[in-house]
Design a binder for this molecule. Sequence first.
Ligand code: NDP
Ligand code: GDR
Length: 337
Amino acid sequence: MTKSALITGVTGQDGSYLAELLLSKGYTVHGLLRRSSSFNTARLDHFYQDPHEAERRLILHHADLTDGVALVNLLRDLRPDEVYNLGAQSHVRVSFDAPLYTGDVTGMGTVRLLESIRASGIDTRIYQASSSEMFGSAPPPQNEGTPFHPRSPYGCAKVFGYWSTVNYREAYDLFAVNGILFNHESPRRGETFVTRKITRAVARIRAGLQKELFLGNLDAVRDWGYAPEYVEAMWRMLQHDTPDDYVVATGEAASVRDFLGAAFGAAGMDWEEYVRFDAKYERPTEVDALIGDASKAEKVLGWKPRVRWPELARVMVEADIGALEAELSGETVRIDR
Ligand code: NDP
Ligand code: GDR
């Protein structure tokens, strides 16, 4: 029997890699697509299947994490074996400008999904995309036992989603897990997160399309891993015999300044000539240092990261240079890396 999965956030960075991974394993993949006035499926285009194809295994459904009734209906109709809750207002800086919306989508959206599973009476396993942002100001290294001290509306909403997931596991015996993932990046990373903002700027400055790059706090330290490896960890969590929570990280850290050096260096450029400060990219409360200890995931799930941040910076710079050159020569740019 082929398995089926529902992915919320399928159009995002992780959703697109996870959909590809599950399709490669023979799953039928259902994705939740939110209504937009413009196309929002660019990350899926290279493996998207026409709705009229008879044998298609990637099927998108319009719904939204704010619409609980739509979620119940969808789950009751699809009865997926696995649910991956990746949908979120995922930008930390934006969460300070839109705290209620972030709480609704990222926090309450998780409860809506959990409650929809219960209400529809289906037998499924659920993965919750929890985040290292929940640790906030707790000093590194952080692991599954580190107390949470979130520093943003986004972090607070993720803590609510985390504990709701644990509560549904304990109260209703639901196979529900939290993956506490540290920052993970790729050529598909959203353009306003710092790594991609930097690698995209490297390509544009190199091509003469941009003169400067405005950034906020360069001292923040993050543990940056490679997104395709992290979605493999999500899948492994749901294949395990028992539901549990896991940190997923590389254990190696660098500052934004370090990442700038690696990214501009990969194109033979000196970042200090181009980077300028803009206070609007600072956060009212910052998370200074996140460095994960993923030894539990390695021991129990056999998961280990391979790509470290300097290689990641190089891969992202190369991808952005390649994409820009394709765009400038009038080719259709496909986000297939
Ligand atoms: P992205 O921002 O790339 O993707 C977020 C996804 O959520 C998109 O598909 C987006 O749709 C969708 N979404 C937003 N609002 C709603 C809504 N109201 N209803 C339904 N879907 C919605 O995030 P990532 O892929 O990077 O991250 C995936 C998940 O993992 C998120 O929950 C994030 O918070 C969490 N996380 C991410 C980490 C990282 O480093 N990347 C680390 C730890 C956790 P659209 O495309 O239409 O905008
Ligand atoms: P983060 O990622 O907040 O860790 O959340 P982001 O890339 O936005 O910021 C990382 C660090 O860089 C600093 N910074 C800037 N950030 C952005 N976006 N833009 C800038 O111009 C800039 N200048 C400096 C930030 O202050 C911060 O310290 C990501 C998201 O994917 C979350 O959804 C996820 O849960 C966490 O990672 C783990």
